[in-house]
Each structure stands twice: as C-alpha cells, then as structure tokens.
Design a protein around this ligand. Structure first.
Ligand SMILES: [Zn+2]
Ligand SMILES: [Zn+2]
Length: 272
C-alpha cells in the first residue's frame, strides 16, 4: 500500500510541476503580447490591426477559460510522458551530456516536425465529421487575441499535446531542447493569435523570408477557415494549394504605413 501511495505522490508532484509550467508559460507570453500591443507599443500596432472585427472582454474571458482547461490536459499528457521516460519507453538525453550543436539540431528538427504534424492534424480537424467535436472551440475566436494561444477544446488539446511524446519516440531530446521547443511554441502561438501584424513589411513576398508564416496567415484562418492550416511555415499550405489567395495582398496592406481601415477578406472554399 505504501508503494502505491508513493507512486501516487510522485505522479501528483509531476502533474503539478507540468501544470505550473504549461499554464505558467501561457500566463507569461499571452499577457506580454497583449500588453505590448495595447500599451507599450500601441502607436506601432494601432496601424497593424488585421481585422475590422475586434474581440471583446467576453471573448478574452472565454479564451482564458478554454486555455486553462487545455493546460490541464497538457499537464496530464505530460505526466504520461514523464512516466514513459521513467519506464524507458520515451527516450531523453541527460542535459549534462549534450552540446550546443545537438541542441540546435534537435530544436530545428522538432519545430519542422511540429509544423508538419500541426498542418495535417489541423486539416483533419476541419473535416466536417471532426470539426464540431474537436476544433470548434478554437474557432469561436473569429478575431483572436493573444489569449487564444492555448484556446483548444479538450480533444484538440490531447491532439496538440501528443506531438512531443510521439516525436520523442523517434528522436530523443534533452530537457534544454524541450524547454526551447515549448518556449518557441508559446511565443509563436501568442504572437500568431494577437490580431496584429508583428513581422516587417515585404516579408511575405520575400524570397528569403516568405517561408515564415506572418500573423496575417493564421489570422486569415480564424477569419474564414478553409485555408492557411500551417503553423510556423508556409511550406505545407503552398505544396498542398491551401494558402489563402489574399494572404500576400492582405499582409502588404496591413504592413503599409498610413494604410486605411482594416478590411475583411473574401471567404475561400474550405478544403478539408
Ligand atoms: Zn488559431
Ligand atoms: Zn482551424
């Protein structure tokens, strides 16, 4: 009995540790992005609002509520990963034995892998049979704010949280790389849902940087669905023909100095 009590205690500790980190990174990144837009850097961002539609206080409260529930799911999956590492099923290097090059390669591989995983699971979630059950909670934010960064329904939160353990089954990562991957993910998610364009003008049409998704990319997805399923990169949407036809034009309009009021883009036919 004492053994089971000790196991339960260990799992409770691991769960609390995970939950603190999962919710903590959201509660740092989302408010910082929000405050930068609406207070510290307001003169810059006021010209860069993407949609004419604007989220209200009730939307932000909903995004916060749904994100906290998603963090509960993330931490539960995180405990399963912890148990997997303890049991030797999920591989992880000790951070004492790794070097900067290993960290850099692991980080790049995990981000590229995540972009592919996100694109295909996201497209699947837009299938009419799955959308309502899995992905609808996220799309209740037509004009998202940074607080929508983790606003996933419970089933979608499970899908999102499964990427890392699946990746770890194939490529072992150390704790520093996992920390960098998770930090990059929340920063890109908070910025990507902030409703304002952060990237420099000319980026989308650039031969050198056009492969990085601007905020307008995912914002157009929230506005209409049916296009722009990618997360960090434009590759999959371009290869699969699912990039919103107005993406570049819309980005250029948003990043133009002294532009007119924000516009609502033309809806596109959904590809599920
Ligand atoms: Zn989103
Ligand atoms: Zn979607």
């Amino acid at each position: 009995m004492e053994f089971f009590d000790r196991v339960a205690e260990l799992f409770a500790e691991a769960w609390l540790y995970n939950f603190t980190f999962d919710l903590g990174r959201y509660l740092v990144a989302a408010p910082i992005a929000f405050l930068l837009i609406h207070t510290l850097c307001r003169p810059f961002f006021i010209q860069r609002r993407i949609q004419a539609r604007q989220a209200g206080a009730a939307d932000i409260r909903r995004e916060l509520r749904v994100s906290v529930i998603a963090a509960l799911v993330f931490s539960t999956v995180g405990v399963a990963v912890f148990a997997g590492i303890q049991a030797g099923v999920v591989k992880a290097y000790s951070s004492a034995t790794i070097d900067p090059l290993t960290i850099a390669l692991g980080f790049v591989a995990s981000v590229i892998g995540h972009d592919a995983y996100f694109y295909w699971t996201h497209r699947a979630m837009h299938h009419p049979r799955l959308f309502r059950l899995v992905h609808r909670a996220h799309h209740r934010s037509r004009a998202p704010t940074a607080f929508a960064a983790y606003a996933f329904g419970p089933l979608e939160a499970v899908v999102q949280s499964l990427y890392l353990p699946l990746f770890l089954l194939v490529v072992p990562l150390d704790s520093v790389t996992i920390f960098l991957f998770l930090t990059h993910m929340i920063v890109r998610n908070a910025i990507g849902h902030s409703g304002h364009e952060w990237f420099p003008s000319g980026m989308v049409g650039s031969r050198w940087f056009g492969w990085i998704t601007a905020v307008t990319h995912h914002d157009l997805h929230h506005e209409h669905g049916g296009a722009n399923y990618g997360l960090y990169f434009t590759w999959w949407d371009r290869w699969m023909g699912t990039e919103h036809p107005d993406y570049r034009q819309r980005f250029d309009a948003v990043t133009q100095p002294d532009r007119g009021p924000p516009v609502i883009a033309v809806p596109v036919e959904a590809k599920s």
